[in-house]
Design a protein around this ligand. Sequence first.
Ligand SMILES: [Zn+2]
Length: 103
Amino acid sequence: MTVTVRNQCCPNKKCVYAGQFLRGNVISHSRKSPRFLCKACGKTWVAHREEPRYHLHTDFQKVIEVLKFLSGGASVRGTARNMGVSTSTVQRWKTRFADYSLT
Ligand SMILES: [Zn+2]
C-alpha cells in the first residue's frame, strides 16, 4: 500500500480533523521519510498506514525496545549501552520515530 496524504488522517484527538480523511489538512512533511503534517493543528506524524520500518536494516523489534527504554526515561547513552548499539543509532531512531506510537 502506498503511503500518501489520501490515506492519512490527523492523529491529534483534539484536532477538528481528527479521524477524517481527505479534508485537505494533511500535507507531506518530507520527501525522504513518510512524515505528514496537519495544517489545522500543526501535528506531525510518521505514516500510520504502513509500518515505518521498510528502510531499516535492523530488526524492528530492536527499535521498539530502544523506544521503550527512551519512553521510560532512560538516557540515550544508557539505552545504547543496554541495547548494544551506538549512541548515534539511538539518537537517529529517537528522532525518526518521535511520533511513533508504541501501543
Ligand atoms: Zn490536526
